[in-house]
Design a protein around this ligand. Sequence first.
Ligand code: CP
Length: 324
Amino acid sequence: PGHLISAADLTRDDAVLILDTAEEMARVADRPIKKLPTLRGRTVVNLFFEDSTRTRISFEAAAKRLSADVINFSAKGSSVSKGESLKDTALTLEAMGADAVVIRHGSSGAPYRLANSGWIDGAVINAGDGTHEHPTQALLDAFTMRRRLVGADEGIGRDLEGRRITIVGDILHSRVARSNVLLLHTLGAEVTLVAPPTLLPIGVEKWPCEVSYDLDRVLPKSDAVMMLRVQRERMNAAFFPTEREYSRRYGLDGERMARMPDNSIVMHPGPMNRGMEITAEVADSDRCTAVEQVANGVSTRMAVLYLLLGGAVFNTTTVPAVTH
Ligand code: CP
C-alpha cells in the first residue's frame, strides 16, 4: 500500500490532488448528511504513543465520515507500560485487520520503521513523529492558506506560487515547521523562518527557505504568519530565553499584527500558549485561522485516507532526516 510519512514524499501534483480532494470533502461536510459510504468495511487504527487533541479526533472524525470502522489506541493505559514493543503492538493491530494505521510517536522515524518493517500490511500515515514531521498538519495548513489566499473555488488545481509565508518560533523542536517548509516549497510558496538562534536546528541553512531574526521587518511582507508553540517539554531550560523576552521579540500581539498586509492571516497549529507566542487578542481575532485549521483538518485527513485506501501511492523511500 501507499503511505504518507513525510511531506517530501509528495510531488506538487500529489499535493494539489490531496488539496482538491479535501475541497470536495469539505463540501460534503457542509451537507446535512456528512457521511460518505466510501470506506465501509475498512478499518482505521489511531495508534497514539504521544498526547494529541486535534490530530487524533480529526482522524477519528475523518475515518467515521468515510464510514470506516475506527479503533483508537492510546499508549497510556495500554500494555506499552508493561514493556510491549512497537513491533508486538503492530503485530497485534495487524491481527485485527487494520487497513490503515495512523501513528503518532515521540521517536523521529517510528512511522518510517512501521511502514517498512513488514509487520503490517496496511497504509501508514505519520501523525507526528518526535521533532521530525507532521505531514497532514502541513497539508491542512496549505489547504487553509489556499482557501484564504487564493479562494475555495479559484484554488482548485492551483498551488501557492509566490505566496509569502512566515513561520515563527520554536523551529528546533517543530515537526510542523519542517513539514510545512517542505510542502510549501513544493507548492511554490516563499517561506521565511523567524526564531531566536537557539531555537533553530543545525543545518537550517540547507532548508529551502530564508531565515530572519527580525519579526517586525518580515511581518509587512507576509501573506500568512504561522506562530508555533514553544515546546517546553522537549527543551533544556538553559536554552530558553525568559518568557517576557521571548514574547517581546517573537510574540504576536495586536500592535504587531497591525503591520501585516490587509487580508493576510495568522495561523497556529495548536495547542496555543496564549500570552507567550500569541496574545489572546490575536488568537481570538478574525484574522486568526486556528479553529478553521482544525475544521479543515477533518476534510484534509478524509482526502488522505480516501486516496491512500483507494490505492494512491506516494513516494515513501525517504529516510528520516532526524533520528534519535
Ligand atoms: N496540531 C496538532 O498536532 O495538535 P495535537 O497535538 O493536539 O494533535
